[in-house]
Ligand binder design. Structure first.
Ligand code: NAG
Ligand code: NAG
Ligand code: NAG
Length: 249
């Protein structure tokens, strides 16, 4: 016959060993439940209050700096949309949050011709690659946290990385998304406009909101003035967040 004490011990041992299911909570202040996830999922710390089991084996947590103004990752990544999971680097499933805006995230889009309502995304979609403005049907979901422009993807976040200015003749800087944080300048929202400020790394800009969209819809930071001496093959744009439930053309 089991004593009450050994029964309690057995139950708590069970609680410790149980694995949380997909998208379930797996940590945070006061959390007493499972802290590991079922196979194929990793416990991703959103903030000190909440961790969640999300697909993939190599999540990139947000750490350092001040807390985000909105809570990240409290909603689940919906299944069945956002591209077929693929394998890259041998293990991580890739994909995205799909076509419904997740809590705490935004669409980011241009509002001027010739890129009116083209949306920020990576090329290829949801994996490290070039930042482009393209169709609303493949729009990514973004937030700015502690100066980092982040995209929500399965397995964690991608960070917008800015190309270093090679010399004083350069008039635009490329933007690529990576699993590592940006160390060159900081991103911010000014109203709904996305800005990049390079002051701290010695890059003076006439207009912090000036962007360029060039060949193949690639997005660049415009180091010149908005609408003046636009580089060949490029169009001047400002880019803005949009928080409608779905991206629209
Ligand atoms: C400045 O850097 C750009 C980009 O790397 C390069 O193409 C160009 O040749 C450089 N110009 C000079 C004068 O060094
Ligand atoms: C930057 O350019 C945009 C687009 O023309 C304009 O709306 C904004 O006022 C400019 N900002 C500054 C600080 O000049
Ligand atoms: C644009 O994309 C096409 C097709 O992928 C590629 O062949 C071409 O080199 C790209 N152009 C530039 C300037 O990157």
């Amino acid at each position: 016959m089991l004593s009450v004490n050994s029964l309690v011990a057995l139950l708590s041992a069970t609680a410790v060993y149980a694995q949380q299911s997909a998208y379930g909570q797996c940590g945070g202040t006061g959390w007493a439940g499972a802290t590991t996830c079922v196979s194929g999922y990793t416990c991703f710390e959103t903030n000190e209050y909440y961790s969640q089991c999300i697909p993939g084996s190599n999540p990139v947590p947000i750490s350092g700096g001040s807390a985000p103004s909105t809570t990240l990752m409290t909603s689940t990544i919906s299944s069945g949309s956002g591209g077929t999971p693929t394998t890259s680097g041998g293990s991580s499933a890739t994909g995205g949050p799909g076509t419904t805006l997740q809590s705490g995230y935004y669409w980011i889009r241009a509002v001027e011709a010739p890129n009116f309502h083209d949306y920020l995304q990576t090329s290829p979609e949801y994996v490290p690659g070039t930042a482009i403005l393209d169709s609303y049907t493949t729009a990514g979901q973004f937030q700015i946290v502690s100066g980092q422009l982040v995209e929500l993807v399965s397995g964690g976040l991608l960070y917008a990385n800015v190309e270093m200015m090679a010399n004083s003749t350069v008039n635009k800087l490329s933007v690529t998304f990576s699993t590592t944080k940006n160390t060159y300048g900081t991103f911010a929202f000014s109203g709904d406009a996305v800005q990049w400020d390079g002051t701290a790394v010695g890059v003076a800009r006439q207009n912090l909101s000036a962007w360029l969209v060039c060949t193949n819809q690639t997005l660049w930071i415009n180091l010149g003035a908005y609408g003046y001496m636009t580089p060949a093959g490029c169009a001047d744009e400002t880019i803005h967040y949009y928080n409608g439930a779905t991206a629209v053309s």
